[in-house]
Write a protein that binds this ligand. Structure first.
Ligand code: DGJ
Length: 733
């Protein structure tokens, strides 16, 4: 890993064993993109990379008419100077002009990586893991200094990027767009993969061809959203799970975002991603600086499994910060689907007691424990215990749960308030609401104005009081509605364009304070399930409740899709009751568990209500998961067969030393009397003999080349079981 500087040509070649990323000064002094792809020799000076001008309707920007920005590949392009694509940033200057032109000024290289103030970002454990290049560019007329940050990572095929924009003039300017990255690629022979959905069906992969014109996804909901995830893959047309070139871009941000691919009629592809510029306007006073969120750009020549494994490793090692980083996650039991808000202490302790008997490690008390929270019309904002339901308070309940041998966890939804709450009655101006307009409700609640420090402070003190007085090991941080009427009350008009971003700052700051105060607590983020599942959140909460849809069949698709951009250790997955609450579908308890194993694992039901036989199954599942959870959560994941393609899905995890692997196969529909069905495994040691489910002994190469037989004389499962069934194969070397 390193950065080779060709001083005379002002070219900077960032490389590790897998990738090269080369940038350099263009003819007019702006920074250009020279190469991004498989590792090439860093001593190569790159010539002839910029198409020349002299074409009708192109505008030349140098005296010899031989250089046009329209044809050049640029690093952080501006508006108004001959590049007619969407710019990476836009600044309104005091005279009203938006025209800017950033010229290379200087560079700095250092070992390691600096944090981004107030924002989540990847970090180094030791400086030797990464090298950072800062390129400073200046617009002398607009009096703007932009620093482009690039970090190249030693152990991962990854570059991280962000930009900072500083006002070096005397007068205020206004930033109306500030993307985190621009990738100008010389051809557009790519497919675009986005991860889309809605509540209950989050992050389904959807692939479309990149064509001339614009493809774009975004969120304008105030959170990253279940609708479009801030993660994009661009892959070559022939790339599949096992071979081919692809790049992934994760935005480390949890608010409004935009990702965009623009192809011009010369075939150049511009990819930009960052904070959504719609309704964004950030005043920058003299000497003030704005930092964009970071992007994680991953690269592979070896297919989508390799791309995902690279992202998983990187997030586990260099993004997640909790003491639970790389630690097996506790097996939890959550009461939400069992009781919703109808509970008292006795009911809760009965559920917890049965969980302890089954072997769970952590009991989580969900929504309904505070204020007048008997239904979802009241209580949010009042973070003091409802002693009608819980006479011993949270402190007393936690102690009783601890006495059962379980850790205790608690649900909160800090960003919200119900109109029927003491907080709202005292501070109606603390919600986001536009003057003289309807205050739109979502789930009967409004969004607190977290752009204001005093609002965040109030919630912090309320929560601190509860958490500090009880033995709490885990917090589930929920968020159950999108932002409407995004207006901060009683502040200056120029402040309004900052509100969406400042809101997210407020969320991050509250997380940071609670993490600093309670460093041993495991945080799980949640937004009506998977409505804010992004790399920004993982910096604070190492796991995220993946979806409110706990139906096993639906979960196969949701978890499979999520795994493209996020590690298994981050995917909150629980076994719930059958028939399922969301779909009414019935599945056997072991099938439900086989799917939840590919996640943080837990239960979301009252175990007092399951049959004795099912309770025995649960006990065995927990013993099994305790034995293998490290392999599931931190092993190398391979997606083998996609649930989006046929009625069989399969995936597997392999231990680092390749001595253990677990394969799960899931089938939606039974087809009688079909032919041979095999799963070609991945990642095994070729000449090692693996015992499959303690029976057959099979060489690794055979399992990978011919495949694991799923139907045979001693494997009647495939023929006889019904729909929505699964099968697990445990391989030991
Ligand atoms: C939505 C979450 O996704 C559920 O798991 C549960 O916590 C409810 N909110 C509680 O209101």
């Amino acid at each position: 890993m390193g950065i080779k500087v060709h001083e005379t040509e002002k070219q900077f070649h960032l490389y590790n064993s897998k990738l090269s990323y080369v940038i350099g000064e263009c003819r007019d002094g702006e920074m250009g993109q020279l190469y991004f792809g498989r590792r090439i020799n860093e001593n190569q000076i790159i010539y002839g990379y910029q198409t020349l001008a002299g074409r009708p309707l192109c505008c030349a920007v140098t005296d010899d008419e031989n250089y046009t920005k329209e044809l050049a590949c640029l690093e952080y392009p501006a508006f108004g100077n001959g590049d007619f694509h969407g710019p990476a940033y836009e600044i309104i200057q005091p005279n009203g002009s938006r025209v800017t032109n950033l010229m290379y000024d200087s560079y700095r290289i250092y070992e390691g990586k600096k944090p981004i103030p107030g924002l989540p970002a990847s970090y180094v454990n030791t400086d030797s893991e990464a090298t950072t290049l800062e390129i400073v560019c200046i617009d002398d007329v607009a009096k703007i200094e932009v620093t482009l940050y690039y970090t190249i990572w030693e152990n991962y095929s990854i570059i991280t990027r962000h930009a900072s924009i500083k006002n070096i003039g005397q007068e205020e300017v206004k930033l109306t767009k500030a993307f985190s990255c621009c990738l100008d690629l010389p051809d557009y022979d790519y497919d675009w993969m986005q991860f889309e959905g809605a509540w209950g069906r989050e992050r389904y992969p959807h692939t479309r061809s990149i064509e001339k014109g614009i493809i774009s996804i975004e969120s304008m909901r105030g959170h990253s959203s279940a609708n479009f995830n801030p993660f994009i893959i661009m892959k070559r047309k022939n790339t599949d799970e096992f071979q081919g070139e692809a790049m992934g871009i994760n935005l480390v941000y949890s608010g409004n975002f935009m990702a965009k691919a623009e192809v011009d009629n010369y075939g150049k592809l511009r990819f930009t991603m960052g904070i959504n510029p719609n309704w964004f306007a950030w005043p920058l006073a003299s000497a003030e600086e704005f930092n964009t969120p970071e992007v994680i750009i991953s690269y592979t020549k070896n297919g989508l499994n390799d791309l995902s494994q690279n992202i998983h490793g990187f997030m586990n090692n260099n993004l997640v910060r909790s003491p639970y980083k790389k630690r097996p996650r506790p097996i939890l039991l959550n009461n939400w689907e069992a009781t919703e808000m109808e509970f008292d202490e006795e009911k809760i302790l009965n559920i917890a007691k049965k969980g302890a008997e089954a072997g769970v490690e952590l009991f989580v008390l969900d929504d309904g424990w505070f204020g007048k929270r008997d239904d979802d019309y009241a209580g949010l904002g009042d973070w003091y215990v409802n002693t009608n339901k819980l006479p011993a308070g949270i402190t007393g309940l936690a102690k009783k749960v601890n006495d059962l041998g379980l850790d205790f966890g608690l649900w909160i939804e800090p960003e919200m308030v119900n109109p029927d709450s003491d907080l709202y009655r005292a501070h109606p101006d603390w919600v986001l609401a536009a003057p003289d307009r309807r205050r739109t409700l979502g789930r009967h609640q409004m969004v607190l104005d977290f752009s204001k420090p005093e609002v965040v402070d109030n919630i912090y003190h309320q929560l601190y009081d509860v958490i500090s007085k009880a033995n709490i090991s885990y917090i589930k941080w929920d968020m159950n509605r999108s932002i409407t009427e995004c207006f901060s009350q009683n502040v200056a008009p120029e402040y309004q364009g900052m509100v969406y971003h400042k809101y997210i700052f407020g969320v991050y700051s509250l997380y940071e304070r609670l993490i600093q105060d309670f460093p041993d607590i495991l945080f799980e983020s949640c937004a009506s399930g998977g409505g804010r599942f992004d790399a920004g959140m993982l910096y604070y909460a190492p796991q995220a409740w993946c979806s409110d849809d706990t139906d096993g069949h639906e979960r196969v698709k949701i978890q499979y899709g999520t795994s493209y951009g996020y590690p298994i250790s981050s995917i909150g997955a629980h076994v719930s009751k059958s028939p399922n609450n969301q779909t009414g579908r019935s599945m056997d308890a072991d099938d439900r568990a086989n799917i939840a194993c590919f996640g943080t694992f837990g239960y979301e039901l009252d175990l007092n209500e399951v049959s004795e036989a099912e309770f025995e199954q649960v006990k065995k599942q927990i013993v099994f998961m305790k034995k293998y959870r490290e392999l599931f959560q931190y092993g190398t994941l391979y997606r083998l067969q996609s649930p989006f393609e046929k009625n069989i899905a399969s995936w597997m995890v392999v231990s680092e030393d390749k001595k253990q692997a677990i394969v799960v196969m899931y089938k939606t529909h039974k087809t009688p009397n079909i032919g041979m069905e095999t799963i070609k495994l991945q990642g095994l040691e070729e000449n090692t003999i693996y015992t499959v489910n303690g029976k057959e002994k099979i060489y690794g190469d055979f399992l990978m080349e011919r495949g694991l037989g799923t139907m045979g004389s001693d494997e009647p499962w495939y023929m006889s079981d019904g729909d929505f069934t699964s099968r697990m194969f445990i391989l030991e070397a």
